[in-house]
Design a protein around this ligand. Sequence first.
Ligand SMILES: [Zn+2]
Length: 467
Amino acid sequence: MSRGRLAVHAHFYQPLRIDPWTGEVPAEPSAAPFHDWNHRVDAECYRPNAERGSLAHISWNLGPTLAGWLAVEDPATYRRFVAESAAAIAQPFHHSILPLASAADRRTEIRWGIRDFEIRFGRRPAGLWLPETAVDLATLRDAEAEGIEFTILAPWQAATSGIDTRRPYRVELGDDRTIVVVFYDGGLSASASFEPEATADADRFARERVAPRLGGGPEPLESPIALIATDGELYGHHRQFRDLFLQRLVVPGAATEDRSFDVVTVDQIVAEPADHPHPAIRIAERTSWSCHHGVARWSAECPDAADGRWKGPLRAAFERLAGAIDVVTSTAFAALPGDADPEAARDAYVDVVVGRITAADFASQCWPTADDRARRRALDLLEAQRWRLAMFASDGWYWDDPIRPETRQVLRAAGRAARLVDREGTQIERRLVADLELLTSPSRGLDGAAIYRMALADVDQPPPADH
Ligand SMILES: [Zn+2]
């Protein structure tokens, strides 16, 4: 048996904190002495990990909305991410749960994430990190259709029993298409995340945790792998000094002991010898890494929340809002001169969102014969589409209660989208407010309409719900 291989994947992501109205991150007193949590997590995690040189020796994805913030607020750290991005992979743009998204939204989120990656790192990504590793076959098909070769899943997301996480697998997608899945090592990843004493000493972790995993398993393998996949914020933010642990674990020369294994990145693992294809397996559809009840955590009731009755109505309200926005958008685009396909325009609009092109230039390229008023209207609707996509970010449903800042943020995104559309003379915000009345905060007893009004109090008062 040849030497085993260790790979580490870090999922770097923060909820979108940029305000839909101001484009700024509001002050968050709970992050003191920092202005907001982005700055605090940057100081505790992104910057030290970049400075320690660890990024070149692990796989990682940097959520697009976080990457955009880092580029502006900490350009030195951002430049290190870019310089050490050889093994980076992409992420759908807004961290929404793709198996819960409409087909069109799923495609747009993947395309925006890939395009953002291409603009930042100068190449197409080979891998895609799925938000919360939430997966179904349709999502894998869409990813593969955009040129994605692999993703990373939790071991319990395999539908085939008896998988060995020390090797990659292949999922058949139909039409002779396949995608590679690397399952992370559940035990190692959990101990890295949740057992502080396990990661106090990188040499001991390598000797006592990693080496036995590579040597164990159901049968001897040619070159076994162990993949540790966690939130990247583990290394320094969730756990102090774990940036030092990571450096010592993966950076050549940082360890004081010889390792019995090599450190590799995930893209090196997936390469498939022509005479030795990865075995095929089936995935468990609509599953994820942080909910053991499928994807219920982001759509329904499951034991992850003491009282999750608010989650279903919130998603339903947003889905109705999204449908209404789409109808107004396609009606308005049909009135534009030429071949104005709203879906294609929305897919391309990511270049405006990430600042690659100005909105005015985008409009004159897309609709050269339209007058200024028609262009402004079309741009308003695409900006509404942007916030309509952002409102589905998984953070809004992750926690126990809709009173939290993460849900406030998705409500503000929804409000921004609705108001941009209502410039057309529609009343979709009014319907949104009425739909939000159907949910209640377990801790405060307030209904969703009241929470929405509180969330938008600084903008101006939304209309009363009609009954
Ligand atoms: Zn759950």
